[in-house]
Design a binder for this molecule. Structure first.
Ligand code: CU
Length: 76
């Protein structure tokens, strides 16, 4: 579910390694959204990037990515 809220003013892009298919993209998206309900996540598999809107907490994003089984490679 993509939720858009005008309160969401923060958009950040991160490098994430290990995502190879739509299933991976969904897993990462769900992990982040379970950590931060309402966050909007876009995944660019080719670039190994994710864009997260609505959360300004790098550590929470990192932990969600790791918990989902992928490698967090920092802000992109
Ligand atoms: Cu996959």
């Amino acid at each position: 579910m993509l939720a858009f809220n005008k309160e969401f003013q923060v958009t950040k892009t991160y490098s994430v390694l290990g995502m190879t298919c739509d299933g991976c993209a969904t897993a990462v998206t769900r992990a982040i959204q379970s950590s931060v309900p309402g966050a909007a996540v876009r995944v660019n598999l080719e670039a190994n990037h994710i864009t997260v809107e609505g959360i300004d907490d790098d550590h929470a994003v990192e932990q969600a990515i790791i918990d989902a089984g992928f490698e967090y490679a920092g802000p992109a």
